[in-house]
Ligand binder design. Structure first.
Ligand code: DX5
Ligand code: ZN
Length: 229
């Protein structure tokens, strides 16, 4: 297995100092920047859009100028009109919820046609079979382990068997599809999340609460390393 990717969610960052926060988590070892877009329609909260994505783009690089991908998680309905705007704003990956798009296959194609990686985000109650007929278009699956809308919620334990089932489906497909888990992941449960099959984890409050980002990310990696098969 490739090494674990950790994607700090900016939802728990200080929004008044976003560029600085992005640079700090990258210096602390973040592999991706997770960017949560909420519209007060698909989810009961409102966050940021393409303009803020564009504003953080110049900050998304390592000290030696390696670009760090922006992992956009769209919790919006409808989806399609925002996709070219995020491509323009420098997003690298875009995931959306299948319930929020009338034509899931078309939306995936739209994301990829603009040179970005495409993902489906599945809520805790959304069945895995929704990905069955689009496996060949998926670059990632974003499996939600909380209901979308807020940072800092408790990890839903029934996500663990779901991660295992999704890992089996991805392996059986023989495709290089990332399995990213989002919601309530912390140093106390990441070992089980990774053992169940996640290769990418989102961590908002677990990274940004506490202040020492390097230490928080290192704690996640150390704990996760014990969970690998
Ligand atoms: C929830 C978001 C998550 C969230 C993760 O709707 O999609 O990305 O910010 O935050 P934590 O890790 O605090 O659950
Ligand atoms: Zn998210």
């Amino acid at each position: 297995m490739t090494s674990l990717r950790i994607a700090p969610s900016l939802l728990s960052a200080d929004f008044a100092r976003l560029g600085e926060e992005v640079r700090a988590v990258i210096a602390a070892g973040a592999d991706l920047i997770h960017f949560d877009v909420m519209d007060n329609h698909y989810v009961p909260n409102l966050t940021v859009g393409p303009m803020v994505c564009r504003a953080i783009r110049p900050h998304c690089q390592t000290a030696d100028n390696r670009p760090v991908p922006i992992d956009v998680h769209l919790m919006v309905q409808p989806v399609d009109a925002l996709i070219p705007m995020f491509a323009e704003a420098g997003a690298s990956l875009v995931s959306f919820h299948p319930e929020a798009s009338l034509h899931v296959d078309r939306t995936l194609q739209l994301i990829q046609s603009l040179g970005m990686k495409a993902g489906l985000a599945l809520n805790p109650a959304t069945p895995l079979h929704l990905i069955d007929h689009v496996m060949d278009r998926l670059d990632l699956v974003l499996l939600m382990s909380v209901n979308p809308g807020f940072g800092g919620q408790a990890f839903i334990e029934s996500s663990l068997p779901k991660i295992e089932l999704l890992r089996k489906r991805i392996d059986a497909s023989g495709r290089d599809i990332w399995l990213e888990v989002d919601g309530g992941v912390n140093a106390r449960n990441i070992r089980r999340v990774v053992a169940a099959g996640a290769d990418t984890v989102v961590a908002g409050s677990a990274v940004f609460t506490g202040g020492d980002y390097r230490r928080s990310i290192a704690a996640l990696r150390d704990e996760a390393a014990g969970g690998r098969a």
